[in-house]
Design a binder for this molecule. Sequence first.
Ligand code: SF4
Length: 312
Amino acid sequence: MKQCMFERAVFLSWYCSVGDCQFCYMSTQKDKIKDPKRAKRRLSSVLAEVLICRKLGWGLEFVSAGYGALEFNELLKYLEAIKKVWGKKIWLNIGFLDKEQIERLLPIVEGVSVSVETVNWKLRKKLCPSKPIEPMIRTLELCDRLGIKKAMTIVLGLGEMIKDFVELEKFVKEYKIEQITFYRLKPHQGTVFYGQKELVSDDYVTWVRKTREVFPDLKIVVGSWLDHLEEISLLLEAGADNITKFPALKMFGNKYAKKIQAEVMKAEREFKGSLVRLPKVNWEEEVNKLSISQDLKEHLQLKLKQYLKGMR
Ligand code: SF4
């Protein structure tokens, strides 16, 4: 039976200096954040989350942060530590990167994901006025030259039409994208989308089906939302490989987590890992095995206890 796993995107910050993409939660927060330098997570908290992902059999979709949230050297420090806990190279979604930055990332990063958001380019200009696509394209071209894999993310429900699929097809082909994540727009309060008509599951499924038909080998990850979980089995049947975008630490073992696993089974897939049951793990031993400083291990243990308590 074909497997399906939950892939978690790990966020390092809740600040983004771009902050004006019209659908984004962070755009509603930018002006409320007094000190952007502090709007980032502690390394110990990030590492605890990554260790839980590994031990529960989840995937690490990518590590992400808002623009301007971390200095590049600080980002490298985070990524190096994450790689140690994850045990292998990771994916990164951090906006655009220059050649020197990609070269420095080479020992840590398996692939780079860019947030295309929508392939309706006119719509994109309107919705993401300060996040042009060109620097992302340059990043993809550099990744290609330097031998790093490439991925992209798309948000559906922004006003795109299925006829825009031809643009997606062109983009994936031209930039040799190996992995795509589709998200369903969550209309956040404070954005222009709040209270508007939402994407219907049939349209979401059509995007995924068409993508699979044209790209049999492309890895497709799909994100749904709590009030649309019944579309997961349909998305998997349409050709998606894995699922993402579930607040799995907060909602571990609850009715939504159970629903996701049931949806995976409905699509006749085997769910790898678990969203409902904690495996037997000697967490202290796992932390002690890590090649990180003693101080960081102690903070990680504390954070881990907090997360696991919530999950239990
Ligand atoms: S760049 Fe990304 S995080 Fe920043 S506002 Fe736009 S969508 Fe949100």
